[in-house]
Design a binder for this molecule. Structure first.
Ligand SMILES: *Cc1c(COP(=O)(O)O)cnc(C)c1O
Length: 392
């Protein structure tokens, strides 16, 4: 037995055969070359950003409306490690991302479909802007999943996703993946950690090698395993990998049905007097419609959000009277879920950040499941009547 001379698995914190099967499937679905399974979507995002910035700190460019825990990571956690985020408020304009890039920028980060406002941007144009400056485009494709959108076909370099949501689909697992497209050239000055020679990667003459020496085409996964999983933990459990694999088998059927249900709910909600703006990217009235029509030929999935015209007590009355929807902070489940965004999924955001993220106090997020659309509509109808004291 000699270090680095044999292929295989030796300790499940850094690699496991059951996890590897699902990693390979995720890489194949995305059209990437390699994937690392981790313990949650947040682990995937955090480890990727830390690996890109390790050894040199720097900044990240990101839109101002993203998932709550990611916002907290970028705004509250990473700055103490010397990694700042520059937030773009004109989020669909590629030029505004490019203007913020400088020599210390490690990544442009976007959500392919954003949570909770269901925004979608011109990924091809944002990629071009990032690449002009030698910066990789890192995307969070949790909501669309590779079934609805394959970001590597639009130039993205790394996909970090939560497998907790539509990828597994049953709300019974927490997991995440980091998938590399392969082929991005990481500059040595900007990404010193990927070029650092380490004894752990030694060759047969005991000479240290760097991640780029080992896997020049896709070096990021190497230190994520060897440094982050090995040193911090956060690996995907083999049993969770097995559950994710079971969920993946039905991803097409689930997302088609959830998309069809979302479309019907959007049509119903737009005609309801109890709802203001409805956000759904492929809807004809969405400002993101044209980009969505190009990037999402199969539809936008099951996530939508709406401005509820009642107060907090009325929302509580609505939720209390629902029989088909469950009140949960999750999304991408086979069950339809509803939640009040500023109090749950985006509880981290103070009023100033809610405003920057275009999240009004009365924003309600819905994630459609596999029930009949008629039952979902009847459930909401019944809930609105209870909330607004209208007799049935
Ligand atoms: C849920 C979510 C995450 C975090 O995933 P976890 O598996 O819960 O850690 C990241 N990004 C988006 C868009 C999400 O919806």
């Amino acid at each position: 037995m000699r270090t680095g001379q044999e292929r295989g698995f030796y300790y499940s914190r850094v690699g496991n055969p059951t996890v590897a099967v699902v990693e390979q499937r995720l890489a194949a679905l995305d059209g990437g070359v390699a994937a690392v399974g981790v313990s949650s979507g947040m682990t995937a995002i955090a480890y990727t950003l830390l690996a890109l910035a390790k050894g040199s700190k720097g900044n990240i460019i990101a839109p101002s409306s993203i998932y709550g825990a990611t916002e907290e990571l970028l705004n509250g956690f990473l700055p103490d490690y010397g990694i700042e985020t520059r937030f773009v408020t004109d989020r669909s304009n590629p030029e505004t991302y490019e203007e913020l890039i400088d020599d210390e920028t490690k990544a442009v980060y976007i959500e392919c479909i954003s949570n909770p406002n269901v925004e979608i941007y011109d990924i091809d144009a944002i990629t071009e802007a990032a690449h002009r400056h030698g910066v990789p485009l890192l995307v969070d494709n949790t909501i669309a999943t590779p079934y609805l959108l394959r970001p590597f076909e639009h130039g993205a370099d790394i996909n970090v996703c939560s497998a907790t949501k539509a990828i597994s689909g049953h709300g019974n697992v927490i997991g995440g993946f980091i998938v590399e497209k392969g082929g991005f050239s990481y500059d040595e000055r900007k990404f010193p950690f990927l070029h650092r020679k380490q004894y752990i990667f030694r060759d047969e003459n005991n000479q240290g090698r760097s991640p780029v020496d080992l896997f020049p085409y896709a070096p990021l996964g190497v230190p994520i395993r060897a440094s982050f999983l090995a040193g911090l933990g956060g690996q995907l459990s083999p049993f969770d990998a097995y559950l994710i694999q079971n969920g993946l088998d039905t991803i097409a059927e689930r997302l088609d049905k959830e998309t069809a249900n979302a479309r019907k709910l959007v049509a119903y909600l737009k005609g309801s007097g109890h709802v203001g703006k409805v956000n759904y990217a492929t809807d004809a009235d969405s400002p993101f419609h044209d980009v969505a029509a190009r990037l999402l030929p199969l539809g936008a999935g099951g996530l939508l959000s709406l401005e509820f015209k009642g107060d907090a007590d009325q929302f509580a009355a609505l939720v209390a009277s629902l029989n088909v929807f469950s009140y949960h902070t999750d999304i991408g489940d086979v069950r339809s879920l509803i939640t009040n965004v500023p109090d749950t999924s985006h509880v981290e955001l103070d009023p100033k950040h809610l405003e920057k993220a275009s999240i009004p106090r009365n924003l309600v997020r819905i994630s459609t499941g596999l029930e009949r659309a008629e039952d979902l509509i009847a459930d909401l109808e019944h809930g609105f009547k209870a909330a607004f004291n209208e007799n049935e």
